[in-house]
Design a protein around this ligand. Sequence first.
Ligand code: DP6
Length: 330
Amino acid sequence: MAATAEAHPNIAFIKYWGNRNPALNLPANPSLSMNLAALRTVTTVSFDPDLAQDEVEINGERVEGRAYQRVVAHLDRVRALAGRRERARVVSRNDFPTGAGLASSASAFAALTLAAVAAAGLTLSEAALSALARLGSGSAARSIPAGFVEWQTGERHEASFARSIAPPDYWALADVIAIVEQAHKPVTSRQGHQLAPTSPFQEARVATAPARLAACKRALLARDFTALAPILEQDTLMMHAVMMTSTPSLFYWTGETVTIIRAVRCWREGGLPVAFTIDAGPNVHCICPAEVAGEVEGRLWELPGVREVLVSGVGGAARLIEQEPRGAAP
Ligand code: DP6
């Protein structure tokens, strides 16, 4: 009745922004991402017949309010699937700097899904786990499979899941993350997805996403960084153009973000293979071949306003690390 799972967050090369079906998190467009090995969420779920209500602890603190309700709603989905009624204790920890402005909902809901499903005694396929994780947080669908991952939109719940297109060791890429702001984002992605259709650019972004994804996948499978770099940057700029032009307007960048964007482009023109991508926040993810990650990190530290730099390689699938009462998981 208890299980512990770990999952990595992922960084999208082709972004998910906006939902066709907000209740089911069926995305407006397909997306493609890389799991981040150096960042990890570990979550234990224990179903306990003596509990009157679910208890949720994240990074050593008892959680209430909206975050709590989101976890309870997810546990309810698992209870419904398993035909169980017991309440659960959830203890989750991120082993990356908290409040570093890094998205943790992907690894959080991937680890929660896997641990809750195992603790409830269910066995689900990877596709079913990914679809279930999606209901908790869209991008969590992509933190279930290993390495480089594609999430096709799917017309209905069962068909909207992510799958691995290449294992972690397929291409030694790194994400060198420049942290410029550690505060939590003022507008959550959840609210942002709802605003996406108010931008006149969203339609164009969604219409052209499948072609960008196909080009990104080709570059990835060919390990062609020169082809990959402009696609990453164009896709990220298209998402931010949608954000900036939605009503109300979302503007996640700071002056430091722009400084890093310009620096990365200048470095690339000078021969260093590196490209930027940015999520719903001001921090800049610099994607590069692992062999130049040290060089990119060193250059980032020299830029004004860079408070922290994290370096990660390509991560594996979400996995069970412990299960009771059946003993350790394989
Ligand atoms: C900008 O998956 O965080 O990171 O479904 O509301 O949890 P919810 O949204 P979330 O959105 C991710 C948005 C993004 C782009 C991406 O990761 O594809």
